[in-house]
Each structure stands twice: as C-alpha cells, then as structure tokens.
Ligand binder design. Structure first.
Ligand code: F6P
Length: 538
C-alpha cells in the first residue's frame, strides 16, 4: 500500500468509529476541542467542532493531506504549473486577485502584466461609465447594464451583485443566462436601449445560450438605435477572435485567459458589469479578500488552514461516513445565491469518476450540494435534515452585522442560525420527550405513538462560518475559501478539478436535436423519438 492509500485507510477507519459516539460528547472528552477546531482566516471565523471527528481523527486527516501531496500541489498551482492536464492549462485564478507586481507566470509565461493592464482598462471603463463621460449612441448616460453569460460566466457575478447591491442603485444591473427567451425578456423589460449597456460574457464565445441571448440583445439595441447600437455592446472573453467573428466591435472587448477556469473567473473582466454597477472599489475589495484567503491558504499550517479543514471535514463525511449529500445554508438574504455558485464550483470541478490519468477513482468524489437561504429554508426542508433517514452535513454561513435594516431582526436571524447548528448536533432524546408527554397527562398508548415522532436523533454535523458583514472583502475571502477547499478535495481524490468533459455530450446532442426539431431526421431511442415528434407536431 502506498503512503496515500495507508493514510486513506486510517482516516476512513477513524470515521467509521465516529458512528459509535456522539459529537456533543466530544466537548467534555476533549477540553481543547473548540480551540483546536475553530480559527480565523482572512476575516472569517470558522468552527469545525460540530463535525463528527475527534482531534486524533483530524491528525489522521492532516497526515492524509500530507501523504496526498496537498502542500506540493498548492505550490504547483500558485507556481502556474499545468494543473489541468487534459486541457494542458495552468489554473491560476489567484493571479487575478493578486496585488500589482505579484509576478505570476502560467506554465512559465509571465501573466501578471496582462492581468494588471486588463484591470486598469476595466477601471478606466468603469470610471467613464459611472461619471457619465462615456455616453450612449444618442448622447444619454448609461443607467442600466445587462450581463449575458451562463455557468461560470454568470453565477459568480450574479452572486456578487445580489450580495453587494445597494438598496437603490444609480446603475441597474440585470442578468440573462438561460436560452429560454423569457429570461432575456425579463432582463430587458422596461429598460431604455439608449441608456443600456449589454455585456456579453463567454470564455469560449461558442456557448449556444450566450450567443443566442447576445444576438437577441444586439437586435434589441439596433432596433432602437440603428447600427450605432453596437456601441452599447461589450464582449468579455478568452477567445477575442470568436468575439470579433460574432461582431463585437473592436475596442469593446475585454480579455481573460485560458488558464482561468470559467467557474473560477469572477475575479476577471467577467465581473465587468458588476464593477460598473457597484463601482470599481467594490471589485478591488473583492479581489483583496480573495488575495487574503490565498495568503492564508499558502501560509497557515495545515492544522489551522481553513480550506484544508473544510475539505477534510467534507471528506470525513463523504468517504469515511458515506454521506453523498451536503447542504450549504447561508443565513443572509444577500448570500442566497451562494449555493448555486457552489454547485457549479464543487460539482463541475469534482464530479469525476476517473482520476487525472484516466483511471477509475478509488473512492466517491464530490457530494451533491444543495442549499437555500436560512431562515426561509427551515420552513421548507429542515424537517428532513433533523429527522430524515439520511444524515446530511451542513455548512452554515452567517453574518454578524446586517448592512441595512433593523439590528433586532438581524439578531433573530443569527439566533436561528446558531440554534439550528446546536439543535442538529444535540437533538432531543426520546426519554425527555416521553417525560414531557407523560407530565402533560397523555395516556401511555399515545405517549408510545407520539414520543418517537417528536424525538430528534441529533448528531448531525455542521461547520459554522461567520462573516462580520457581507462586504466585498468578506465575500472575496469566502469565495476563495471554497475554491481552495474544492482544490484540496481534488488533490485528495487525485482528480483534475479544472476540466469539465461531462458537460460536452449534452451540448452536442442538443445541437443535433435543434436541427431535428426544425425538420432534419436522425436516429433515436423510442422515448426520445416520441418527444421529438410531440414537439414537432405542436
Ligand atoms: O457547460 C459548462 C461550461 O462550459 C462551464 O464550464 C462554463 O462556465 C460555462 O459552460 C460557460 O462557458 P463560456 O464562458 O465559455 O460561455
């Protein structure tokens, strides 16, 4: 057995014994538990003490991280080595958020000068739009931006806008991702083309949904403004030739690079529309928060390294305890899109069944991630979290101070977040429920029937992440935390976290099917054939 296989076996075996004890009991058994399992990183507070591991288990996890080469892989990533073997690319999103002069190189080629030049160009553009110096085709100021993009070219900016938007924005920002024409119709509804910028974002500039929406938006601009409407169309892409072929006017294209994965691209010009609507300082603050988390990830010892502990806690549940689902619950309306962003980050990065060399993986990889904002979700699916047949580990993300509104309401929200973490862990024993029902005078048969239904098994793990405020800096730190956690898991599982071949087949078939819906013929299974016929006959 190799060092890594031995380390895996020890960690997984330790996790199996976790089923014979209760998390809540570990606080007495390990007086230093909270101290060792909570930490501050880049302004975030993280508490891993409600996870089912002991401190000794954590040591085994750290040994696993070392044996799997997490430290060397981390350095290789920051050194711009080829992390994405199947596409022969570096994965250097950290270069995008580094302060000027950082000197990053991707596969040996310096990239920081281009990154900084693009950032400067963004800052200049944002400044001109916001000051009114840059005007629309009819001489009016821009008052709205429509961001068109999908997947990594949508989820990060959409989350950023919802997290940071002012209550009343001088420049409104809307999004359209889906090829469903309804979304673009809603995005454009009520906007005046003479005052609207359209930013089409696509790393490849080949994505059907984005090209279709960008074309429709261009028609919308031209219908109102004539050919001069093209001056309102901006492209953001790593394929400037394709953007030019689409007709994006020269001088209105902002670049990024193939060493930035789509789902890691919120730090690039992909966020141009957000920067216009929020101001460039907000974007810079987001970058600073991400850079602070990078420094923490690179410098903190593994035992006090937030992304490493977050990854190990997940792996303990996922592999050691065979838990295939995890939930992420942001207790902040402003962070309600965090689960959607995380779904792409984790499931597209690590939803892989073969390793980076094409061999079947030795163990389960990414869990299914789902989530919704708290406290709302408590009234929807928390029943299952408390009393369902499966144990679903949670990340609870809460915020100390609200940016607006009644501080008392914010206290209520925090009380819910903290109470849920405690209730899930502590539960409510049947004996206590029985005693209460008996004291209320219920007959024994009714006590027998009701007590199990009102019992909470508890021992359901969570990690608690606390932000001071939903500031751009804290958001940057939070997103980078999850990026690095996903990376560490990929290293532990031996997979390439930076490609996504699994999305290709559906795209190819959809292309063929589009032609068939318009009349072309093709061979299909009977079920698919019937669906095509039904749609065609409608
Ligand atoms: O279909 C998945 C995907 O390739 C994602 O990885 C990517 O974020 C998204 O599509 C959008 O791609 P693009 O930015 O090239 O339009």
């Amino acid at each position: 057995m190799g060092a890594s296989a031995e380390a895996w076996a020890a960690f997984e075996e330790a996790a199996r014994t976790a089923q014979r004890r209760r998390i809540a009991g570990l606080f007495d058994a390990e007086p230093e538990r909270l101290d060792r399992l909570s930490l501050e990183a880049a302004g975030l507070y993280l508490d891993f003490s409600k996870q089912p591991w002991t401190l000794a288990d954590l040591e085994l996890g750290l040994a696993l991280a070392r044996a799997a080469g997490v430290e060397a892989a981390r350095e290789a990533q920051f050194a711009g080595e080829t992390m994405n073997r199947s596409e022969n690319r570096a994965a250097l999103h950290a270069a995008l958020r580094a302060p000027p002069g950082a000197g990053f190189a991707a596969q040996g080629r310096p990239v920081s000068p281009e990154v900084e030049a693009t950032r400067d160009a963004m800052a200049a553009f944002v400044g001109k739009v916001r000051s009114g110096e840059l005007k629309g085709a009819t001489g009016r100021r821009f008052r709205a931006v429509v961001h068109i993009g999908i997947g990594g070219s949508d989820l990060g900016p959409r989350l950023m806008w919802e997290a940071l938007r002012p209550l009343s924005a001088p420049i409104e920002l809307r999004f359209a991702a889906n090829v469903d024409p309804a979304e673009l119709a809603f995005a454009l509804d009520g906007l005046d083309p003479a005052e609207t910028l359209v930013v089409a974002v696509s790393k490849t500039f080949t994505t059907q949904e984005t090209l279709s929406n960008a074309e429709a938006a261009r028609v919308w601009l031209r219908t109102a403004l004539g050919p001069a409407g093209d001056a309102h169309l901006i492209a953001v892409t790593a394929a400037p030739d394709k953007a030019a072929a689409f007709g994006a006017p020269a001088g209105q294209v902002f670049g990024f690079w193939d060493w930035v994965g789509g789902r890691y691209s919120v730090w690039s010009a992909v966020s141009l529309a957000c920067a216009v609507a929020l101001g460039f300082e907000a974007f810079e603050e987001l970058l600073a928060g991400g850079a602070a988390m990078d420094a923490h990830f690179r410098e903190a010892p593994l035992a006090a390294n937030a992304p490493v502990l977050l990854a190990l806690a997940h792996v303990f549940n996922r592999n050691g305890l065979s838990r295939p689902v995890r939930a992420v619950i942001p207790y902040a309306h402003r962070l309600r899109l965090l689960p959607s962003w995380l779904q792409q980050l984790e499931m597209e990065s690590n939803g892989k069944r073969v390793d980076a060399r094409g061999r079947p993986v030795a163990r389960a990889t990414a869990a299914t991630v789902f989530g919704e904002v708290g406290s709302t979700s408590q009234h929807a699916f928390f029943q299952l979290l408390h009393q369902g047949t499966e144990v679903i580990p949670l990340d609870i993300v809460a915020v100390r101070r609200a940016r607006e509104g009644d501080p008392e309401a914010q206290r209520k929200l925090l009380a819910n977040a903290i109470a849920q973490a405690e209730a899930l862990m502590v539960g409510r024993p049947e004996a206590e429920v029985r005693a209460e029902l008996e004291a209320a005078g219920l007959p024994p048969e009714q006590v027998d029937e009701l007590a199990p239904q009102r019992t909470f098994p508890g021992d359901r793990p969570s990690t608690f992440i606390l932000l001071d405020e939903v500031s751009p800096r804290a958001l940057g730190a939070l997103l980078a935390l999850y990026e690095h956690k996903t990376f560490v898991e990929g290293v532990l599982w031996g997979i390439n976290s930076f490609d996504q071949w699994g999305v290709e087949l559906g795209k190819t078939l959809a292309g063929r099917l589009l032609a068939e819906l318009a009349g072309a013929s093709g061979a299909h299974d009977p079920s698919t054939r019937a669906l095509i016929d039904k749609v065609r006959s409608g």
